[in-house]
Design a protein around this ligand. Sequence first.
Ligand SMILES: C[S@@+](CC[C@H](N)C(=O)[O-])C[C@H]1O[C@@H](n2cnc3c(N)ncnc32)[C@H](O)[C@@H]1O
Length: 333
Amino acid sequence: MEINVSDCIEVDTNPFFQSCAGNGKVTVRLNEHTYRPQYDLSNDWLSFAYRAFRSLRYLLEKEDMEVKKFVSVGSGCGIDVLGAINILGVQKIIALDIHPRVLPLIQANVVANLDKKVSLELEVRESDVLSGLATRDGKVDLIYENLPNLPLPENDGLLDGIKTASFVDTSLYSCPPIIQKHLLTLHFQCLIQARHYLAINGSVINSIGGRIPRYVLDETFHQAGYHAKVLVLGLKPQTEIEEVLPGYVLAENSSEVKFSFYRLDNFTSELPCIIYGYSQNFDEQAFLASIEAYKVNATEALALYRKGIPIGHTVYMFRAKLKDGRDISQNFQ
Ligand SMILES: C[S@@+](CC[C@H](N)C(=O)[O-])C[C@H]1O[C@@H](n2cnc3c(N)ncnc32)[C@H](O)[C@@H]1O
């Protein structure tokens, strides 16, 4: 595979793991199709993924379980795979992404930042959701999905530019209307397809921008046949606002749904504010109530942003486990 690189950046992973370079940093190669992580991860989406891996490691230790086979879908430049290797100790990895031009970067970035003593099986495959997996791959202990919400605009080609927030035509996928209207189609499809591959005690980590009412998130897991628990929840600044928010405004204008964003100008605490699902003090309702006064819909958020007001959104990292082994995937093909 030809590798197309336009940039090379350093990311400080020190708060989460020490890279093999020994200075706690990883260097990743990027191109115009990849999401660009920040050097300081404290406000970056990636910090939520890494916190979720740490939370899961804690839970797995208590359950006396380990992750032998790991799948990442929506892998981008591969920096979240590096987190799974370093935090969860995964060694058998299948990394999937729909974009053919990011695939060579995953391999290159993982290999370049890996301690040579670690023995690893890494396969990188082009895949629409989990279509790149096959029965011969055997059962998987953990699937981490970082899939986007927004449907690709009609006149936009999949291979153009950066596709971190949007994906292929949603009408290709079958999904209950309430989930589809709230732009969770790809997350739902991933859960449905994961049913074929998950080991009995396996989990899916779903990373979802929580701009969606909580009951719709519950409904998504319920209808796909999973129990889900929060690993990590927090509020962070919205990045790439001019690329992302118009998609949510369009969805608000074409149906009666409203998405949740937060104005951050009156927000006194340092961001991101984070709570952990496994901790005894976890109180999701109290957390959401504490930020409720700052809540605005997508249309209001875009107007505020254009007046110079900073905007944020919540991020959820869920651990979803199958309720039962029943195969309901044919209902949603
Ligand atoms: C939000 S980005 C995340 C990238 C990466 N995890 C990171 O943090 O840098 C979403 C990724 O999902 C990929 N993607 C979009 N639609 C997809 C689909 N239907 N199946 C698999 N991957 C998809 C995009 O190419 C993009 O790399």
